[in-house]
Write a protein that binds this ligand. Structure first.
Ligand code: HQG
Length: 179
């Protein structure tokens, strides 16, 4: 079983194109697990029948916690690009958060702030190791920006729960960001 490939397909279905799988996400991004499995198995791309244990295996063994199973439902915890807004639980953020990015983007971000770009939320990291991992997707020597989340939160900027390592926000104004 190629779990990376399966995880990418689940991300695609739950974050980017549920309609291609005839799935309808609820307001928190959940779909019935049985419907997701049925749609994935219909394509028959993974060599054998995929079960809920395979999703549980991915959640337990991936480098990042991308999905959550709750009762008979499953969802992606972050990363959405679909037009329908996925509501996330507001949190009090850790005092400092980080964002790993390219040198080029960092210059713009310091001026304009952090924007969600194609996604629904800005993605922030709880530690520098995670931020480096995120930034390395685009730059071999990424810039790690520091976010004064305590100040931003006390000034009314909203933060939301992603997973243990990822915190989400709508927008981070530049005054809370430094290099
Ligand atoms: C940049 C992965 C110009 C931002 C990761 C980033 C993460 C700006 C890019 C999750 C900007 C957007 C999300 C501005 C932000 N001007 N560039 N004002 N504001 N940017 O992929 O945070 O493996 O949408 O710095 O690990 O890189 O998919 O966001 O470079 O957790 O599970 O615009 O995706 O997780 O890129 O990554 P993305 P991200 P998975």
């Amino acid at each position: 079983m190629n779990y990376v490939r399966l995880s990418k397909e689940i991300s695609y279905a739950l974050r980017h194109a549920p309609w291609e799988y005839e799935l309808e996400l609820d307001s928190e991004g959940f779909v019935p697990t049985s419907q997701l499995l049925e749609a994935i198995n219909e394509n028959g791309k993974h060599g054998r029948v995929i079960t809920v244990s395979d999703i549980e295996y991915i959640i337990a063994n991936s480098d990042k916690t991308r999905f959550e199973i709750k009762g008979d439902k499953v969802r992606a915890l972050y990363g959405h690009t679909i037009p329908m807004h996925i509501s996330k639980e507001p949190i009090v953020p850790p005092a400092i958060l980080y964002h790993g990015t390219t040198h080029k983007a960092a210059q713009i971000i310091l001026k304009d702030g952090l924007k969600p770009m194609k996604r629904q939320y800005v993605h922030l990291s709880v530690d520098t190791d995670t931020a480096v991992q995120v930034g390395k997707r685009r730059d071999s020597d990424p810039v790690i920006l520091k976010i004064d989340a305590a100040k931003a939160h006390s000034d009314g900027v909203k933060f939301y729960k992603g997973n243990d390592k990822v915190v989400l926000a709508d927008y981070i104004p530049p005054e809370y960001i430094s290099m």
